[in-house]
Design a binder for this molecule. Structure first.
Ligand SMILES: Cc1cc2nc3c(=O)[nH]c(=O)nc-3n(C[C@H](O)[C@H](O)[C@H](O)COP(=O)(O)OP(=O)(O)OC[C@H]3O[C@@H](n4cnc5c(N)ncnc54)[C@H](O)[C@@H]3O)c2cc1C
Length: 411
């Protein structure tokens, strides 16, 4: 069937990416993007970094595209509207307003929602999550008057917020039940480096510690009681304990879901007239060969390009190498590939100097590279991972081996 009418649910990085890529691919049909938030589509990464720091980036600079860009390309944006239902038999989506939008192809780009803490005091004023611009505005207002911020969760968001708070002169405390920071995402070498760096700049980092309850006065949070019975004074608590994929629409429509909307190598859901992209999609990740759901700008934009190419008549299976970055104050980490279950780790460079890469191998093959202060390693790693071309652990360990040269001759 010829696709003339594409409806995208979600006006975030992936949803807007689909609309943009469709036009770049020469798709001439109708493109409608429905977004629940009132704001013009914006970038999320700065919300936990430059937007919170000592000299915050202006909101006008967060926009994914300039104002007239959508109209210039004939992309219809329906903001402040929610898709409530997918009627697959009639091939229409039903909006909260009752409007029905027909589609030839539907793209789900519904993203994720922040997890909350189901504990006593979890609903006090001053207890916030950070997913969207409204959350970031609220967090910034609280930061303006806070003396101590407690980040619950030592993942990317918790540590980024702690670094930004420190830049503002607000004392950060970070708690995590895990035994090391960013435990699910990085190797122990990188964890240790970041934990030491945060502690050195004054963050009170407590690992293997959870929050049992939050206490407040006049409805405003004042302290947290940890699972080991300590009380931490804090007038702002950022709950950064991960996200859940927004699969409600897909599930209600009878599509296959499993911690994400399940898609095939072409990012099609169990209904071939519906695709899923970005944070909400669980897809066969080509480099690791695993089923993955990634929360990254790279995955959102590369998914978008893959789906758009298919709808424009040029289908190719998804083939991009995963990569990710985090900025925590002056510290920058770039990651290529996927970690977890590594059987060998090789460090190149020197963590003590703040310039190193960790090469992680799985079954003797390069699986992930984490780089701090070595951007050239990151670029070479992406190339090498895409080509499935080494280096071997011995080559990675040998500073005389030129990775750039190795990447240049990769097939
Ligand atoms: C604070 C923060 C910092 C981050 N930092 C980084 C970083 O440094 N590097 C990096 O690579 N990634 C980072 N990320 C992750 C990155 O922003 C996400 O991977 C990316 O935004 C995913 O895009 P998406 O379009 O899939 O989802 P989202 O950006 O979440 O967009 C989904 C949109 O769909 C809307 N929606 C959902 N359901 C409906 C419905 N039924 N009807 C209408 N609209 C609906 C939602 O309201 C939302 O606006 C960060 C994320 C956050 C929150």
């Amino acid at each position: 069937m010829t696709v003339a009418d594409v409806v995208v649910v979600g006006a975030g990085q992936a949803g807007i990416g689909v609309a943009a890529a469709l036009r770049e691919q020469g798709f001439a049909g109708r493109v409608t993007v429905v977004g629940r938030e009132e704001h013009a589509p914006y970038e999320r990464p700065p919300l936990s970094k430059s937007y919170l720091g000592a000299t915050p980036v202006d909101e006008r600079h967060l926009g994914l595209r300039a104002g007239g860009w959508y109209a210039d390309r004939g992309i219809v944006l329906r903001l402040g509207e929610e898709v409530r239902e997918i009627d697959r038999t009639a091939a229409v989506v039903v909006l909260g307003s009752g409007d029905r939008l027909p589609y030839d192809h539907l793209v789900l780009a519904t993203g994720t929602r922040a997890r909350t803490l189901p504990i006593e005091g979890g609903d006090l004023d001053g207890v916030v999550v950070l997913r969207g611009l409204d959350d970031a505005r609220l967090l910034r207002r609280h930061l303006d008057r806070a003396r101590t911020v407690l980040a619950v969760g030592a993942g990317f968001i918790g540590l980024e917020v702690a670094a930004a708070a420190h830049q503002r002169g607000v004392r950060p405390v970070v708690l995590d039940v895990a035994s090391r920071v960013m435990e699910r995402a990085v190797t122990s070498t990188t964890s240790r480096f970041f934990a030491d760096a945060h502690r050195a700049q004054g963050t009170d980092l407590r690992l293997r510690t959870g929050v049992g309850a939050l206490r407040g006065r006049h409805g405003l949070v004042t302290s947290a009681v940890t699972t080991d019975g300590a009380e931490i004074q804090a007038d702002l608590v950022v709950v950064a304990v991960g996200v859940v994929p927004d699969t409600a629409l897909a599930r209600a429509a009878g599509l296959r879901t499993d911690d994400g909307v399940v898609v095939d190598a072409h990012l099609r859901t169990s209904d071939p007239a519906i695709s899923a992209v970005g944070d909400c999609a669980r897809f066969p990740e080509p480099v690791s060969g695993r089923s993955a759901r990634l929360e990254s700008v790279q995955a959102a934009t590369d998914h978008a390009r893959c789906v758009a190419a298919r709808l424009a008549g040029r289908p190719e299976p998804y083939a991009a190498v995963p990569w990710f970055w985090t900025h925590q104050g002056p510290l920058k980490l770039q990651i290529a590939g996927l970690g977890g279950d590594l059987d060998r780790e090789v460090v190149r460079g020197d963590p003590a100097q703040g310039r190193f890469s960790v090469f992680g191998f799985r079954d003797g093959r390069l699986a992930t590279v984490e780089s701090v202060g070595r951007p050239a390693d990151h670029v070479a790693a992406r190339r090498l991972l895409a080509a499935g071309a080494g280096p071997t652990p011995d080559q990675a360990a040998d500073p005389a081996v030129d990775l750039k040269a190795l990447a240049a001759v990769a097939p």
